[in-house]
Design a protein around this ligand. Structure first.
Ligand SMILES: O=C[C@H](O)COP(=O)(O)O
Length: 222
């Protein structure tokens, strides 16, 4: 496997009892095996166990709550997420934003459970702030480009290079992903050229008529 990472966020695009998530995850697994590029998938909480138990690929939660076992109704408990089979979690996605204090607490909670952490940010300043908290990855995604089909790596290369520079300066151990509007091989190639180690993406693959073909195109220029 190369050090490139692709994480496919399924958001709430898929209905049903997890069979759609398993099918997309299976496509990710096949393309990962063929390409040698690591591909992870972030299904809804209720599908983590089903996906992780049926497909041998890295599964991420879409978020978690910094709570322990106990009186925490409605929260996403890290140990349950881990026991369901997740290896990591997104934190602070634009569609699920947290306070800085809760980002910090979520990173600590995930790290204590040995889950990888991908903290989403919306610009260079928040990428710098996230890097100071020491997650495994910062994933910069300008919100206005999310779901637009316009790739951040072409529409706003400066937010990627700026985030890479800021993160390296603050904490060189943190790696940078970028996302928003990524769907094609040229988008991923451009993202890597800009210094990121991979992408966080969703609609371009999940909503494609043939997600496996879309994934094959995504990795075709690396
Ligand atoms: O988590 C994924 C990002 O929000 C990007 O979404 P998108 O690929 O649909 O633009």
């Amino acid at each position: 496997m190369s050090s490139t990472l692709i994480v496919l966020n399924l958001k709430t695009y898929l209905e049903g009892t997890g069979e759609g998530a398993v099918k997309v995850a299976q496509a990710c697994k096949e393309v990962a095996d063929d390409s040698g590029i690591e591909i992870g998938v972030a299904p809804q909480f209720c599908d983590i166990y089903r996906v992780a138990s049926q497909v041998d690929l890295p599964v991420y939660a879409q978020s978690l709550d910094p709570v322990g076992a106990g009186s925490f109704t409605g929260h996403a408990f890290v140990q349950s997420i881990k026991d369901a089979g997740a290896v990591g979690t997104l934190i602070n996605h634009s569609e699920c934003r947290l306070t800085l204090a809760n980002i910090d607490a979520s990173i600590t909670t995930a790290r204590n459970a040995a889950l990888k952490t991908i903290v989403c940010t919306n610009n260079v300043a928040t990428s710098a702030a996230a890097a100071a908290l020491g997650p495994d990855y910062v994933a910069v995604e300008p919100p206005e480009l999310i779901g637009s089909g316009i790739p951040v790596s072409k529409a706003d290369p400066g937010v990627v290079t700026g985030s890479v520079d800021a993160v390296k300066r603050i904490n060189p151990a943190v790696q940078v992903l970028c996302g928003a509007g990524i769907s094609k091989g040229e988008d991923l190639a451009a993202a890597l050229e800009l210094g990121s180690v991979g992408v966080l993406l969703a609609s371009g693959i999940v909503k494609a008529a043939d997600p496996k073909a879309a994934l094959e195109d995504l990795v075709s220029k690396v």
